[in-house]
Design a protein around this ligand. Structure first.
Ligand code: 1CP
Length: 360
């Protein structure tokens, strides 16, 4: 399948984008940099824009979602926009009872525990079938279109939560530290687990595909909580779902970044799920990550978020170390090793962008 004629990858709008060059394994004039959670509570303009709307209302308001996506691009001059949404938006669109509680995160009305619970989940349908889910994604398509029209030559990254991370929230019903409920279900009732992750991988895949067809030029699959799994459990119970989600856009010419916080021990099996680039968290130096992957894939990362509040010299020395180690990989996109903490001073992120653009 081809991208629509108006897509930035077909019009040539993003032809010279450093992000896409690095993700192809090339060395652009400077290394691209963006930040996970670059939109959000660390920006005063975000807090202002969000006044009076819940998190999920703002995700489903196309003009507001576009505005919030653009805010950090305008402010910092980062090399990519990350679509402002949330990993639970596809569930909300499907009609699952979920809200994002301020200061907590996703909270589901009815946690999923049994096969009957999975069977009661709404049907998702097929891409473009104009059923409830497909039609509900129109707000996402519109937000992406509005965003890319204003981004010009800066590419937009679309994203989804990986099937394991989505299922972990659905089983627990809310954020959990060790994901024990999800890991128990996986072992005690693998049939229920497989049915649930078949549903979450379909939701993630359809969500990614809608963003790409509407104008996103790259995607990232966030498997935030996969790091709680042993490699054998990841391969048996999670990798197939992630592979299915990524394969939903594999016929389209967009790079596929795959990231897990705390996931260094899963780099190889996560790459094998069909990624074309790997996000690395701050625990594993990028040169070591590249060796683990046999120099096969471009890498993204991995500035330690804890150093964002350190003295400037400490932060800058760390960024230069990340640049040096990242140079060992076949393509390097500079990012944090996890999301921007809400209390981050935006001036520190600006320093990183300027340093990477000057020295990267
Ligand atoms: O009150 C607020 O302002 C809401 C905070 C917030 C924001 C800004 C949430 C709630 N989600 C988001 C946006 C968001 N979520 C983005 C957008 C753009 C950007 O990066 O700038 C993205 C990519 C996500 C993805 C997301 N949501 C992940 C994966 C990334 C990661 O951090 O590992 C996860 C795990 C979520 C769930 C979620 N949503 C919100 C919170 C606080 C959480 C985490 C809760 C937990 O600890 O389990």
């Amino acid at each position: 399948m081809q991208l629509p004629e108006t897509h930035p990858l077909r019009t040539g709008a993003v032809a010279d984008a450093p992000l896409l060059a690095a993700l192809r394994g090339e060395n652009p004039a400077h290394r691209p940099v963006w930040f996970m959670r670059q939109a959000g509570r660390s920006l005063p303009e975000y807090l202002e824009a969000r006044k009076g709307t819940t998190m999920l209302e703002s995700c489903l308001d196309p003009a507001l979602a576009a505005e919030i996506t653009l805010q950090p691009v305008r402010r910092y001059g980062v090399d990519a926009g990350i679509f402002f949404s949330d990993i639970v938006v596809p569930m909300k669109v499907a009609g699952v009872g979920v809200e994002i509680a301020p200061g907590v995160g996703p909270v589901f009305d009815r946690p999923i525990r049994t096969m009957a619970d999975v069977e009661a989940l709404p049907a998702l349908g097929e891409p473009g079938d104009r059923g409830t889910f497909d039609a509900g994604l129109d707000a996402i398509r519109e937000a992406v279109r509005l965003t890319v029209a204003q981004l010009g030559s800066t590419p937009l990254i679309g994203f989804a939560g990986a099937p394991f991370t989505l299922a972990a929230y659905m089983v627990e019903g809310r954020p959990s530290r060790d994901h024990l409920g999800a890991r128990r279900l996986m072992i005690e009732a693998p049939d229920v687990w497989d049915a649930l992750t078949a549903w979450t991988s379909a939701a993630a895949g359809l969500f990614l595909r809608a963003q790409v067809l509407a104008g996103a030029s790259a995607v990232q699959l966030f498997d935030s909580w996969a790091g709680s799994l042993a490699p054998a459990d990841y391969v048996a119970h999670c990798q197939p779902g992630s592979a299915a989600a990524l394969s939903a856009v594999a016929d389209l010419p967009v790079p596929r970044i795959h990231f897990a916080a705390h996931g260094s021990h899963l780099l190889r099996p996560m790459a094998d799920a069909g990624a074309t680039a790997m996000g690395v968290d701050y625990r594993l130096p990028l040169d070591e990550a590249s060796r683990i992957l046999g120099g096969d894939l471009p890498l993204q990362g991995n500035i330690d978020p804890a150093r964002l509040t350190a003295p400037v010299e400490v932060l800058e020395a760390h960024v230069l170390d990340v640049l040096a180690r990242g140079a060992e990989a076949p393509g390097h996109v500079v990012n944090l090793g996890h999301g921007v903490p809400p209390e981050t001073d935006p001036d520190m992120l600006q320093r990183i962008v300027d340093l990477v653009h000057a020295r990267g």
